[in-house]
Design a protein around this ligand. Structure first.
Ligand code: T4K
Length: 370
């Protein structure tokens, strides 16, 4: 497993890397089979394994989460406007713009930091065709209310579930909600395939369509029925996913322990608010909000941590709606703006040494000044 180099900075995350020697047999098999991609054996095995592990009906693997988002938007055949959150990684809105759709940004809930479902209806226009919420930091959106609104207005629901690997809500996978959900398996995610992603859908017909779209729209050797893309996951990534899946439950437990330690250690620090995690979450991010009663500004705390070789990140600052391509679509987003100005995500990953977590807590608590 990973070994933290004591001299290198502490990053916000580190990929889960199982022992290298355990990966060799998978590589040998790929060399023996000579099938490197295009729905190979490991690709099929990983789709099956993820269906079982995640408790979902259909998984279609992708080369990354962004191509999966683009393909999901194409599969839903959307036009016009899509309501989404400004408080996310830029890939969320980029996927819409790249697909010729107009993102309509709606403010977020101050507690969950997800799209505020109570504000969605006011943003619906005759051009709205879908809702694209994000389970931000793996905290489940208000899926019941979102579905109820979508049903009433005849809208599709596509969840950007890039952070929501293994997250449950109401006793089942959160990925079972909406028309489609998209996962990211990027190196920085709790479950990674170097680069990778997936679309979760609910029936075989939809999966077949998505599988065709990620393979240029090919149906068979002489039939192409859609303008598809190349979004296929290769065999090395799929094999790595299979190996990593064995280590994931244990890694999640270790991250849960770090999460608990931060919450306990930071609970009494004046001006620091730990964003609540959800039951059934995956402990993939640890966002804190730096309030006005904390002795340092958010950016000063961020710089202080950096000066101590702790590379926390301001996910998600700036707001997507502040980037030049989205400025003309910006609306009043007071909650998102306030949170983006206060947030810092602290390092959290399975191999983070507990004494580093202690050190981070002590620095934030100002104990280095004593
Ligand atoms: N939707 C949402 C809501 C997302 O958050 C994302 C991706 C997507 C869609 C798109 O999914 P993908 O197409 O990426 O599958 C990172 C990731 O690149 C991005 O995948 C992720 N969200 C986003 C939240 O974070 P950066 O620019 O912050 O990454 P970077 O390179 O600065 O890495 C962060 C830290 O992780 C580094 O300081 C060191 C560590 N790291 C990183 C890599 C790549 C490692 O230790 N090893 C590594 O290999 O965007």
């Amino acid at each position: 497993m990973n070994v933290q180099n004591k001299d290198s900075p502490i990053q916000v995350t580190r990929p889960l890397l199982p022992p290298l020697e355990e990966f060799y047999p998978y590589l040998q098999q790929i060399w023996d089979n000579q099938m490197l991609t295009n729905n190979g054996s490991f690709h099929q095995q990983l789709e099956q394994a993820l269906c079982e592990y995640l408790g979902v009906r259909q998984v279609s693997l992708f080369t990354n989460g962004t191509i999966a988002l683009l393909t999901a938007l194409q599969a839903l055949q959307l036009k016009g406007e899509v309501i989404t959150t400004p408080y996310s990684f830029v890939a969320t809105a980029n996927a819409l713009l790249w697909s010729g759709l107009k993102p309509v940004f709606v403010d977020i809930d101050p507690v969950t930091l997800n799209l505020d479902a109570t504000l969605i209806e006011a943003a619906i226009t005759p051009q709205t065709t879908a809702l694209m919420p994000v389970h931000c930091y793996g905290y489940p959106c208000d899926v019941a209310r979102i579905q109820e609104i979508a049903d009433r207005h005849g809208l599709k629901v596509l969840y950007d579930a890039a952070h929501a690997f293994g997250v449950s809500a109401d006793g089942g996978s959160v990925l079972n909600h909406g028309d489609l959900s998209v996962l990211s398996f990027h190196a920085t995610k709790v479950f990674n395939t170097f680069e990778g992603g997936a679309i979760i859908c609910h029936d075989a017909e939809t999966k077949n369509h998505i599988d065709s779209l990620k393979n240029f729209g090919i149906v068979d050797e002489v039939t192409v029925t859609a303008c598809g893309i190349n979004g296929k996951m290769n065999e090395i990534s799929a094999a790595f996913g299979l190996l990593q899946l064995k280590y994931y439950p244990c890694a999640k437990q270790k991250s849960q322990a770090i999460d608990a330690r931060y919450r306990q250690g930071l609970a009494k620090v004046e001006g620091i608010h730990c964003v609540p995690g959800a039951e059934g979450g995956n402990y993939s991010y640890f966002p804190i909000l730096v309030g006005s009663t904390y002795p340092l500004s958010r950016d000063a705390l961020y710089q202080k941590l950096r000066a101590h070789d702790i590379y926390a990140r301001r996910y998600f600052y700036p707001l997507i709606s502040d980037f030049p391509m989205y400025r003309e679509m910006a609306a009043a987003l007071p909650v998102a703006r306030k949170i983006a100005a206060q947030v810092i995500c602290l390092p959290i990953y399975s191999e983070l040494e507990p004494d580093w977590a202690e050190r981070i807590i002590a620095l934030i608590a100002g104990q280095d000044r004593c």
